[in-house]
Design a protein around this ligand. Structure first.
Ligand SMILES: [Zn+2]
Ligand SMILES: [Zn+2]
Length: 343
């Protein structure tokens, strides 16, 4: 079968590799849509394992089922997530399924989504694969995992009706946070970015105001919010300057959610007295999505409560995966880039 082999962000080659063979409990999935995640282009993180086939936001049709698979049959349209928890360790039992060793073990697809067929291991078939409702396209299905991550983040930050929400960074994650905050009945939602195009997208997707990242974000936000800081600050671009903005902009009783990974070695100085003491400010983090988060994401997409099709800017055949990586890595002219491995 054909596969897009990742060597680096500027070097993705179409290669011929063996179609995976499935065993008991496993499934072979014919991939119809595979989305490039921002994390796929985190070169410092990916290049250690290169060359490899990336792709963890996938949807497709069941091509074959192994012995003992009862929940799915050949021809079913499904979405699958790459990593699933064990549900039995101490972290899982305490509700932290996404820091479980089994989940953190990394991608369990064989190989990854940027190829024609993927083998889903039994544990993924059992815990991380869902039928796509007729009204959800393969392309929309690829948003289940990224939206699931955003749902988990906002649950962790306990976004409540009427909350003022400040989203720092309007890339795909930030934009999904804007959409979900609105679906969660947040009050005023404000976005920042270094790019005017991204700020325009933030407003198109429902943000009430946009603030240029280079300005005094905290002061601008307070002007818009009756002098108060934000109830929830969501950090979707973890540069050191942005981490400082988060602390300056959070309001009394507010919460800072660290959602994006930071460049390696980033440290965050805390303004203990000015920000935290006597202000009931808390800070939290969230990583990945549990199966329950993905189920919730699928329902929000199906019902149209969170629209995702309007975020797709590029649909490319498998041979164009390299161009897709360049588009996502560079970021200015693309939002969601979807690879269609059967084309
Ligand atoms: Zn992802
Ligand atoms: Zn576990």
């Amino acid at each position: 079968m054909r596969a897009a082999m990742y060597y680096s962000n500027r070097d993705v080659r179409l290669e011929e590799i063996k179609t995976p063979v499935i065993g008991a409990g496993e499934m072979l999935l014919q991939i119809f849509a595979s989305s490039i995640c921002g994390s796929d282009t985190m070169e410092w993180y990916r290049i250690k394992r290169a060359p490899l086939v990336l792709g963890h936001e996938i949807a497709g049709r069941v091509a074959a089922t192994g012995a003992g698979v009862t929940g799915f049959k050949k021809g079913d349209r499904v979405v699958a997530t790459h990593h699933v928890p064990c549900f039995s360790c101490r972290y899982c039992k305490r509700g932290h399924e996404t820091v479980c060793d089994t989940l953190l073990g990394g991608t369990h697809f064989d190989p990854g989504g940027f190829c024609e067929y993927v083998r889903l291991p039994a544990i993924n078939v059992e815990r991380g694969t869902w039928l796509l409702p007729d009204e959800v396209s393969y392309e929309a299905g690829t948003f289940v995992e990224p939206l699931g991550c955003v749902i988990r983040g906002q649950r962790t930050a306990a976004v409540r009706a009427g909350d003022s929400v400040l989203v720092l960074g309007s890339g795909i994650a930030g934009l999904l946070h804007i959409k979900l905050a609105l679906a969660n009945n947040a009050g005023m939602v404000v976005a920042t970015d270094v790019s005017d195009e991204r700020l325009a997208l933030a407003s198109r997707f429902g943000a009430h105001h946009g603030i240029a990242a280079a300005s005094d974000v905290a002061a601008e936000f307070r002007k818009l919010n009756s002098g108060r800081g934000a109830d929830v600050v969501i950090v979707c671009a973890a540069a050191e300057a942005v981490l400082q903005q988060a602390q300056q902009a959070v309001g009394r009783g507010g919460v800072i959610l660290l959602f994006a990974p930071a460049p390696a070695g980033t440290v965050m100085p805390l303004q203990v007295n000015d920000v935290f003491w006597r202000r009931d400010v808390s800070m939290t983090t969230s990583y990945a999505a549990s199966p329950a988060d993905c189920v919730e994401a699928l329902e929000l997409i199906k019902s149209g409560r969170v629209r995702v099709d309007d975020m797709i800017t590029h649909r490319l055949g498998l041979a164009e995966t390299g161009r897709g990586f360049a588009l996502v890595a560079e970021g200015a002219t693309s939002l969601k880039v979807i690879i269609k491995p059967q084309e």
